[in-house]
Design a protein around this ligand. Structure first.
Ligand code: FAD
Length: 486
């Protein structure tokens, strides 16, 4: 039988393995960690459980699809609910807003809470849907680097509407113009962070992102985000994929211009095809260091990273939902700190994700598991030990003020994830969450392709390559690898 090796068991690596085993390949996955899932893993602290990385789940059909193509009913393995309420927003001046999935309800909420005319919200969502309708088939569902992509009917219809795609102004410029209240613009600017970008630099084209939440929906997997990894890992095992954990790949072996297999500390492993799920930049620098280096892509600025405090809180705050955002009073200065100064602003926007709201067993009774996160620059050698303490004080001060209670004494258990650790745990260069940043229009849409242009039989999937970071795009990358290979 044909054989394939997958380097890394991130979500895209597992999805690629499932697709290839379904194509009749014998598939082996080599993973440096002792567990599958990469960034999509979980941690436990005493009686508290936390999803370690991603917390927002969109485009669930991309997970379902993997069960369906294996001839199984996804519902037997993986369940999720659609959220009526996508996020609760808290502004420093005391304004509050609940983002509802229902568009009419959402528009009314903006009008009541922020005085934003309903029509502005509905128009913004229509714009987002339009962007998605034209750009998804072109950029997300096809391999950019195939000439046929550019000549397809989708592409041709897109060219005619290029200026509607808003490549030539920033997301913030578009949102300031669209909305009456700067607080509404701030909320819509936040979507740039969904791929680690800066709304004051990234093209307005990324206003495509709200469509995922409001057009298609936000979901919560039963058992938490980690259920995505668990269910796909079990599926891969059932289909006969071989997993080798604690096995770091050292080299992709190339002979006469084609990938022939990999080297690990156990020696050479041969395969007809090699799929790399490791961060693309890290892979070129370590596994492919004797090969041609795509310098332009390797040197592009990286996306932002995150600083997370996993806190077991011995109290239940009923005013908090699953997703909560406490906005900075000065968003622009916050992003300047992240992307220009490489530092942390004194009043950061704080995201609190509480899975125990839906999954009661994630915290003891009367308590909550707070995944408390701020966006931070990627690792450029900052004094993180200092920055972590600085950020912790700022976060506690902000949350205590907004919740009207000192939260510090309520923190029962704590663990911390910072950019250095993200890099150490997943090999993501500089701890960037989403590979190269999308801060300019070329980097946003021209990422490394899902195959190697120079080395035959070598493919790439995951958040650092086309079409981009985040679970749905990672799953799409696996689909593209499968299409390119077969
Ligand atoms: P990764 O998860 O990066 O895994 C790569 C794997 O390869 C790792 O397991 C690593 O150990 C292994 N590996 C690397 N090098 C080697 C080697 N040499 N040999 C063997 N194995 C190797 N996305 C969303 O959709 N929604 C969110 O809300 C969201 N929030 C996020 C919050 C945080 C804090 C983080 C960290 C990420 C978040 N993301 C979110 C992004 C999302 O987690 C990632 O885009 C996605 O999980 C990346 O998957 P991947 O397949 O690229 O692989």
């Amino acid at each position: 039988a044909k054989s394939a090796i997958v380097i890394g068991s991130g979500i895209a690596g597992i999805a690629s393995a499932i697709r290839l085993v379904n194509r009749g390949y014998t598939v082996s996955v080599f993973e440096a960690n002792s567990y599958p899932g990469g960034k999509l893993s979980e941690i436990s602290l005493g009686e508290y459980r936390f999803d370690a990385g991603p917390s927002l789940f969109t485009l669930p059909h991309l997970v379902d699809e993997l069960f369906e193509l294996s001839g199984l009913n996804p519902k037997d393995y993986f369940e999720y609910v659609q959220l009526d309420e996508t996020c609760r927003y808290f502004y420093a001046d005391g304004s509050r807003l609940t983002a509802w999935y229902d568009k009419e309800k959402l528009a009314s909420e903006f009008e009541e809470q922020l005085g934003e005319p309903r029509k502005n919200i509905l128009a913004a969502l229509d714009n987002s849907t339009l962007l998605y309708k034209h750009l998804a088939p072109l950029f997300l569902e096809k391999s950019l680097n195939k000439v046929s992509t550019w000549l397809s009917p989708d592409a041709l219809s897109a060219y005619g509407k290029l200026n509607r795609f808003d490549f030539n102004r920033t997301m913030n410029q578009a949102n300031q113009k669209r909305f009456d209240n700067p607080k509404t613009a701030q909320l819509f600017n936040r979507y740039a962070t969904y791929n680690g970008s800066d709304p004051y630099q990234t093209p307005a084209t990324l206003n495509i992102i709200p469509h995922l939440e409001f057009g298609i929906g936000a979901y919560f997997p039963k058992g938490g985000m980690h259920a995505i990894t668990n269910s796909l890992y079990s599926l891969a095992l059932d289909l006969g994929v071989n997993f080798y954990f604690d096995t770091k790949v050292q080299k992709i072996v190339v002979h006469k211009g084609a990938a022939k297999g990999i080297d690990t500390n156990m020696g050479f492993h041969k395969a007809d095809k090699v799929v790399c799920n490791m961060d693309m930049v890290a892979a070129y620098k370590s596994l492919l260091k004797d090969q041609h280096q795509p310098k332009r892509l390797l040197n592009q600025p990286k996306s932002s990273s995150a600083l997370i405090f996993y806190w077991g809180i011995k109290k239940e705050f009923k005013q908090l939902g699953l997703h909560n955002i406490f906005f900075s009073e000065d968003y622009k200065t916050e992003f300047q700190h992240i992307f220009k100064k490489g530092s942390i602003y004194k009043d950061p926007t704080v995201y609190v994700n509480i899975t125990s709201v839906h999954n009661a067993s994630d915290a003891p009774e009367g308590c909550q598991n707070w995944f408390t996160m701020i966006n931070v620059p990627n690792n450029q050698g900052q004094d993180w030990d200092y920055l972590i303490q600085y950020a912790k004080k700022a976060i506690i001060k902000k949350l205590s003020k907004e919740l009207g209670e000192d939260i510090e004494p309520l923190i029962e258990v704590e663990d911390i994830l910072d950019p250095r650790l993200i890099e150490a745990k997943t090999s993501s260069v500089a701890g960037a969450l989403y590979g190269n940043s999308s801060n300019n229009k070329f980097s946003a849409f021209l990422r490394h392709p899902n195959f190697s242009k120079r080395i035959k039989d070598l493919y790439f999937c995951g958040g650092s390559v086309h079409p981009g970071g985040g679970i749905p795009l990672c799953l799409s990358s696996a689909k593209l690898v499968d299409e390119l290979m077969n």
